[in-house]
Design a protein around this ligand. Sequence first.
Ligand code: AMP
Length: 395
Amino acid sequence: MKTIQQVNFENKKALIRVDFNVPLDENFQVTDTTRIEAAKPSIIKVLEDGGSVILMSHLGRPKGVEEKFSLKHIVSKVTEIIGVQVKFVSDCVGEEVEEAAKSLQNGEVLLLENLRFHPEEKKGDVAFAEKLASLADIYINDAFGTAHRAHASTAIIAQFFPNNKYFGFLLAKEIESIDKVLNNSEKPVTAILGGAKVSSKIGVIENILDKVDHIIVGGGMTFTFVKALGGKIGNSLCEDDKLQLALDILEKAKAKNVQIHLPVDAVIADAFSNDANTQEVDTNEIPDGWMGLDTGSKTAELFAEVIAQSKTILWNGPLGVFELDNFAKGTIELGNSIAEATKNGAFSLVGGGDSVAAVKKFGFQDKVSYVSTGGGAMLEMLEGRTLPGIQAILD
Ligand code: AMP
């Protein structure tokens, strides 16, 4: 892999596409610094080699220039985390930016204004990419969260650095982790797929059927499978147009010798609320007026057994409505099982927006092998697609 490990940045200006799309509170304070910390090793490598760093990122979904999406809000936090005073320019292209880039000294860091203040960024405009490219000697992509987008700064720009484009440490680590699960895995491999809907995970399921030994299904999509198999699911979430698809998946899995594990019991509620009445019943015996919002205790035991035997574990999507305390238990117990297996030597990768939120909420981030920083990007890789941001470095 073309990583920055093999490059000496002495006297070089490195333009790094980072993912500083961080959450801000109403006072514009960064409430989760994970993404900034994740980009730190690549930045430090360039500085320690004796080079300088130009950071570019998007923040939010601005329509044109919108003050609240300015990256100026995060300058002090980035400064604090990197340990170097970060300079800031109020645009990402143009004369002022060119001046700031030109006068940047070795050891210094410059942060450009939000790339998405220019519509050309998302359009993948070549001329805009060329202007960005003119600022530096070397291009580094370290933004996994946007690697599935063919934007100017994530993919199009790479053509202007035919011999000077590299994966940053973070992006390299993301690629390696997914490769370790899909292609270089120690068996048995178990994928846990939860979350709300089958429809958003079909591509993943179809791709991983050739690569895993077990698939654990949880979350809202459970009930599409259960109903397809003839069970009573009450008012649980269900995609009625995906019933046949669920049966097809079960059939394909059988043919490929992949064991699919469905929850056998559920915590059901008479309303989508933490104050609702609840009870535990078999997944296929849910009365009308009730909905399954979490996996039950028999299911936790069953899943724990599968996970304890696994050497490679992929977790995408919560097992229940973990945002509500009364329906978080299944997800917490699953996290405990994965943590235990990891302690015993398994490799565990967690990814996808909501599972990462769950992992953080319940404190599992240091108990699994790797937590991905990309939601959509990870899903697309699990679907077997080559991401434009990755391809652009490889070309
Ligand atoms: P996804 O973005 O597809 O991974 O879905 C994550 C969301 O699925 C979370 O917000 C959960 O609250 C929700 N979820 C998990 N289990 C259920 C369930 N049984 N019924 C409804 N929503 C669920």
